[in-house]
Structure formats: C-alpha cells, structure tokens
Design a protein around this ligand. Structure first.
Ligand SMILES: NC(=O)c1ccc[n+]([C@@H]2O[C@H](COP(=O)([O-])OP(=O)(O)OC[C@H]3O[C@@H](n4cnc5c(N)ncnc54)[C@H](O)[C@@H]3O)[C@@H](O)[C@H]2O)c1
Length: 258
C-alpha cells in the first residue's frame, strides 16, 4: 500500500515536465490518476508509461480553459469513481519574454486565462464533490516568480502571485469541509518549460556561472521534476493533515540568498 492508496487524483498538464513526474509518483503511491492534458500524444505516452509499471491512470485530453469539457470530465470521473480526492493545478504556459512596453493585452489575457483563471475553474468544478465527501486536497503549482521577478514575464508573474494569494483565500473558505489547499513554488526546474525563446535557460554560460558555480542556488544545480513531485505527493497525503493555505518553496535554496 502506498501513501495515496485508492485516492482519485486529477493532475493538469500531465503530459510532460512536473505534471508527468507528479502523475508517475502518485500512481507509484497507489493512486488512480486522471491525466488532464491538452496534448493528446504526450498524455497517451505518459498513460502508457504508468500502465507499463502496473499503475492506474486514465488519460483525458483537455485544454483546461475549455470549461464545458472540463465539467464533462469531472462528471465522468464522479460517475466512474464516485469521488475526487486530489486536484493538482499544474498546467501553465511560459510565453516568450516581453516587457510591459512590448507585450499585448491578448498575450496578457491568454497567460492569465491558462495560468490563473483555469486554476480557479478547475478548483470550482471539483470543490463541491470534496465538500460532499468532507475530504479533499487541492494543490496549486505556483512559482518563485509569484513573489520575485527577473522581469519580462509580467502576466506569468501576476498569475503565480495570484495563485499564492488565492491559495490562502481557498484555504479559509474550504477548511470547514476538511479540504486542504496548499501550493508549491518551484525555482528553476529542468523541463521543456525552461526552454525560453529557443534557449534552455538552465544551461547558458551565465546561468551556470551565477546560479551553479557561484552557488546563487545553494544546492548548486537546477531542480528536476522529481525534486518537486515528492512535495506535491506529501501535500496530497495523510502526512499533510493540519496544514492549509501554505506555500512550500522548492528551489534548492535560491530564495534564501541575496
Ligand atoms: N520549469 C520551471 O522552471 C518552473 C519553475 C517554476 C514553476 N513552474 C511551474 O510548474 C508547472 C509545470 O511546469 P513544467 O516546467 O512542467 O512545464 P511544461 O511546459 O514542461 O509542462 C506544462 C504542461 O502543461 C500543459 N498545458 C499547457 N497549457 C495547457 C492547457 N491550456 N490545458 C492543458 N494542458 C496545458 C502542456 O501541454 C505541458 O504538458 C507550471 O505551473 C509552471 O508554471 C515551472
């Protein structure tokens, strides 16, 4: 039996990067994992990987901003399993870097729609079911960019900061139903998202010199998805039972330096 034995878990953005690692680790811990992902190919690949290990998953191709489809999927999960125990709001985009002087309102709206509004809607769709069963865990994936910025990512930063504030709001509203709402803030992670404007930002000479060699990241390396997925599993598990409204920073110590 694992930490999440029998739990019904939904993970958005499950096709690669952190969402893929979380899906694997939740399934390894005995959960049945619903893989929500807009890329039908990557989600099928992750489903096959987990099933090959004997894990239990259901892939659901979904753009998280398609709320009609999201609602249908939640209804389907309830019809088949009768409950939803855990939602991990992980899906996000990291658009090409631009400042307020050269981005557009359309860029801003698209990023906020996926990275913040869909977090609200996904939570809103599952919360009534968690209320009925008086047990639930909602875990948001924020970012250190929710409270610190290198610039040129205004909408992304605003969305992540919004998630951090909303984590507390949701925790206050849902605590009486035994629904715990927490967030993780990864630092630099090596995933397809770290490729910005065609360059993997965790491998540039400047990055290696400043963050790795000079230990701006005290642990001396970028994070791997597997460095963060365990924290998400902890927040989903019964080991986390008296903690809500919190942000766990998983950044190799980056935010502890100046
Ligand atoms: N990579 C980093 O350095 C880093 C740092 C801090 C926080 N984060 C956060 O971690 C989370 C995971 O990021 P990642 O690095 O694994 O990114 P990634 O780009 O590798 O994976 C994101 C996944 O979300 C999916 N997705 C994007 N938009 C979607 C939509 N509208 N509907 C459904 N699925 C959608 C993508 O197809 C992809 O599979 C994100 O919330 C991200 O903001 C990442």
């Amino acid at each position: 039996m694992g930490l999440l034995a029998g739990k019904i878990c939904l993970v958005s953005g499950a096709g690669q990067g952190l969402g893929r690692a979380v899906s694997h680790e939740m399934a390894d811990e005995g959960a049945h994992v619903m893989l929500l992902e807009r890329n039908a190919e990557t989600v099928a690949t992750v489903a096959a990987e987990v099933e090959a290990k004997g894990g239990s998953v259901t892939p659901y191709p979904l753009d998280v901003t398609d709320y009609d489809r999201y609602r249908e999927i939640v209804a389907d999960v309830i019809a088949k399993h009768g409950r939803i125990d855990v939602l991990v709001n992980n899906a996000a985009i990291n658009p090409p870097t631009r400042t307020i002087l050269d981005d557009t309102l359309e860029d801003w709206r698209r990023t906020i729609a996926i990275n913040l509004e869909a977090v609200y809607m996904g939570s809103k769709l599952v919360a009534p079911h968690m209320v009925k069963q008086e047990w639930g865990r909602i875990i948001h994936v924020a970012s250190i960019q929710g409270f610190a910025s290198s610039g040129e990512a205004g909408a992304y930063n605003a969305a992540k900061g919004g998630i951090i504030a909303y984590t507390q709001s949701m925790a206050v509203e849902l605590g009486r139903y035994n629904i715990l709402v927490n967030a993780v803030a990864p630092g630099f992670m090596v995933t397809p998202m770290s490729i910005v404007n065609g360059v993997d930002e965790t491998t540039t000479p400047d990055f290696i010199e400043w963050y790795v060699r000079r230990r701006k990241i005290p642990l001396g390396r970028s994070g791997l998805p597997e460095d963060v997925s365990g924290t998400v599993v902890f927040l989903a598990s019964d080991y986390c039972r008296y903690m809500t409204g919190q942000l766990l920073v998983v950044d190799g110590g980056l935010m502890s330096t100046f």
